[in-house]
Write a protein that binds this ligand. Sequence first.
Ligand code: HEC
Length: 131
Amino acid sequence: MKIIKILALSALLSAGVMADETLVNNMSQMESGLSNVQKGFLYNTPALIKSGVAEIKKADALFHDMEGTKKYLPKEKQHMSNIAFNAAKRIDTASNDLLKALDKKQYSKAHQSYSDIVNACTACHAVVRGW
Ligand code: HEC
């Protein structure tokens, strides 16, 4: 009996640790993508903007549905998973808008989408961190 409990507990714990690790890896990819997008605008290098957006989109796919998003939030914030999920959707929409504007060489418009992305990152962090 005892051993079963210990096994169950360690399975639970390692699932939690794995979720943490996935989140940390994805957030570091989000950060890397975002700073490449910013560098791309600063140095006027569209290829860098594009590869940064690709990184962001890849990392943002972690939050592809409401339930999936919920499990990466702290327990006491999970009731606000709709706000977090919407922030992730905004990142995806703004990323697509950014790429479209870039293809048309509408750089100011593309930069506006970059700001939208940053604001959406902050919208989710505000929930998670109680800002
Ligand atoms: C759906 C919610 C959500 C979205 C959207 C989101 N994040 Fe996060 N982010 C989190 C959570 C949860 C944490 C971990 C808790 C914390 O750091 O407060 C986190 C933490 C981070 C960290 C700190 C990681 C660490 O190891 O301490 C960085 C950097 C980060 N996010 C970058 C970004 C960037 C850049 C974006 C937008 C492109 C973004 N995040 C969008 C939920 C989100």
